[in-house]
Design a protein around this ligand. Structure first.
Ligand code: PHE
Length: 453
C-alpha cells in the first residue's frame, strides 16, 4: 500500500494484493510446520484431514476476513468495534493482537535459525568447519537471540517504510524460485536410499491413525499456514480496493499455500527416511518425532552436504535464503496486526508503533531463544487453540451480528456475475454453521480428552 496516496493506503495492483496475501500465507508454516506435523501424525491421513480443514473451514474464514477488512478499512479491533455493538466484538480483535505477538515470539526464533543456516553450506564446503557448526547450533541462547533480533529488525524496518512495494516485488520473484528449488530437491531425494519408505508414508493413508489429536493438529496447522484467525488477512483486506474479487483472490492464496506445503512435504518426509537410513534417529519408539521443532534443520543440511561442492553451496544457500524471505513476508503480516492496532486505536505514528511492538516481540523472542523447548507449548496454545478460536469467534460474529447478507454485499464488489457463483450461494451456510460447528467440535473434544485423561 502507498500511504501517500490516501489516508489508509491501498495495494498497488490486483496481483499485488494476491502476492502479498500469498506472501503472508507461505512461510515457515508450509516448509517447517507442515512436514513436521505430517511426520508427527503418521503421514498421508494427516494430509487428507488437513486438505478438508483448509477447504471447508479455512477458505470460508479467509473470505470472511477479507470482507470484514475491506468493508471497515480498519485494524482488527477497530473493525469489530465498527460492525458490532457492546464490549465483546473488540475483544475478538484484541485476541488476534495477542496471538500475533505470541506467535511472533517463537516464529522469530525459528526464522533466526533459517537465517543462520544460509551460511552453513558455504562454510562447510569451504572447509570452515567450526563456523559452519556454529551457525547450525540451535541450543545456544545467545546465538538464537542474535539471529532472532536480526530478523525482528528486518521486519520492523519494512513495516516502518509501508508494506506493499517490498512485499509485492519480493514475493513475485521469490515464489517461483522457491518452487523450483523444492522440485529439484524433491527429485534428488527420490534417488536416495530409504526415500521410497518416506514416499509411502506421505502418500498412502492409514486411516486407523486418524484420531482427535490428528484432527486438532490439522485444524491448527490449516489456520496457521493460511494466516487466518488472528486478523492478519483482515488487516491486509483493509487496504483492498473495491474492484478486487475477494473470493477469487482467497482461492488463489489457499491453493498456492496448500501446493507449496505439499511440495515441501514431498521433500522433507522422504529426506527424513534417508537420514534415518543413514543412522540418525528421527522417530522414537512411540511413533512420534524425536524433536519436532528442529526436524527440518536436522534433516536438510545432511542432504545438501551429500550433494557436495558447488551444487551444495548453491542449493543449500538458495534454499535457506528463500525460506528466510518467505518467513519475512509472513512476519511482516504478523507484526502489521498489533502495529496497525496501535496506530489506529492509540493514535501513535507508524514508526513509533513499529518500534514499540517490535521491541516487545524482541524481549519475548530473547526469552524463547534461551528456552527453545517452549516452542511446542506456545505452538499448541496460540496456533492450535488460539487461531481456530479466533476463527470461531469471527464466523459467529459475522453470521449473527454483522449478518451474512451485509457480507455478501461486500463480496459482490469486484465479482463479475455474483448471482451465478456457487461459492457465494453456499458460503453463508459454511460461515454460519459448518465452519464454526467443526471448529467448536474439534476444540471441545480435545479439551474433553485432555480433562478426561
Ligand atoms: N502463514 C504463515 C506461515 O505459514 C504464518 C502466519 C500465521 C502469518 C498467522 C500470519 C498470521 O508461516
Amino acid at each position: 500500500m502507498s500511504d501517500q496516496t490516501n489516508q489508509r493506503g491501498n495495494w498497488n495492483t490486483k496481483l499485488g494484493f494476491v502476492l502479498a496475501a500469498a506472501g503472508s500465507a507461505v512461510g515457515l508454516g508450509n516448509i517447517w510446520g507442515f512436514p513436521t506435523q505430517v511426520a508427527d501424525n503418521g503421514g498421508a491421513s494427516f494430509i487428507l484431514i488437513y486438505v478438508a480443514c483448509c477447504l471447508i473451514v479455512g477458505l470460508p474464514v479467509m473470505v470472511a476476513e477479507f470482507a470484514i477488512g475491506r468493508n471497515t478499512r480498519r485494524n482488527p479491533v477497530g473493525a469489530f468495534r465498527k460492525l458490532g455493538k457492546g464490549w465483546f466484538p473488540p475483544l475478538i480483535g484484541l485476541w488476534g493482537v495477542l496471538c500475533g505477538i505470541m506467535i511472533l515470539s517463537f516464529y522469530m526464533v525459528i526464522a533466526g535459525w533459517t537465517f543462520s543456516f544460509i551460511f552453513e553450506q558455504l562454510f562447510a564446503q569451504l572447509g570452515f568447519m567450526s563456523a559452519s557448526e556454529w551457525v547450525t547450533r540451535m541450543d545456544s541462547g545467545p546465538k538464537n537471540a542474535f539471529f532472532a533480533i536480526l530478523f525482528i529488525l528486518a521486519t520492523i524496518s519494512i513495516i516502518v517504510g509501508g508494506v506493499s512495494n517490498g512485499i509485492e516485488r519480493a514475493t513475485k520473484t521469490m515464489m517461483p524460485i522457491l518452487i523450483a528449488v523444492l522440485v529439484i530437491m524433491a527429485a534428488y531425494v527420490m534417488t536416495l536410499e530409504g526415500s521410497t519408505k518416506g514416499l509411502r508414508m506421505y502418500l498412502l493413508p492409514d486411516f486407523s491413525l486418524i484420531n482427535t489429536r490428528l484432527v486438532f493438529s490439522a485444524m491448527g496447522q490449516a489456520f496457521f499456514s493460511l494466516s487466518i484467525g488472528m486478523g492478519a488477512l483482515l488487516t491486509y483486506g483493509s487496504y483492498l480496493r473495491k474492484n478486487q474479487n475477494i473470493v477469487e483472490s482467497a482461492t488463489y492464496v489457499t491453493l498456492a499455500d496448500m501446493g507449496i506445503a505439499f511440495l515441501a512435504g514431498l521433500l522433507v518426509i522422504p529426506a527424513m527416511f534417508v537420514a534415518e537410513n543413514a543412522g540418525i534417529t528421527i522417530i522414537g519408539d512411540d511413533g512420534r518425532l524425536y524433536s519436532s521443532s528442529t526436524l527440518v534443520f536436522d534433516v536438510l543440511p545432511g542432504l545438501f552436504s551429500s550433494m557436495g561442492g558447488l551444487l551444495a553451496i548453491v542449493l543449500g544457500t538458495a534454499f535457506f535464503l528463500l525460506l528466510s524471505m518467505a518467513a519475512l513476508t509472513s512476519t511482516i503480516s504478523l507484526l502489521e496486526v498489533p502495529v496497525s492496532y496501535v496506530i489506529d486505536e492509540h493514535r501513535v505514528p507508524r514508526k513509533k508503533a513499529a518500534w514499540l511492538v517490535g521491541g516487545l516481540v524482541m524481549v519475548l523472542a530473547v526469552g524463547v531463544s534461551f528456552r527453545t523447548n517452549m516452542i511446542s507449548f506456545l505452538y499448541v496454545i496460540f496456533n492450535n487453540v488460539g487461531l481456530p478460536l479466533g476463527g470461531l469467534m469471527l464466523s459467529i460474529f459475522l453470521a449473527w451480528s454483522w449478518k451474512t447478507r451485509n457480507a455478501l454485499d461486500e463480496l459482490r464488489h469486484g465479482f463479475k456475475n455474483p448471482e451465478k457463483s456457487l461459492f457465494l450461494r453456499f458460503w453463508p451456510a459454511f460461515v454460519t454453521y459448518l465452519s464454526p460447528a467443526l471448529i467448536a467440535l474439534v476444540l471441545i473434544t480435545t479439551l474433553y480428552n485432555l480433562l478426561g485423561g
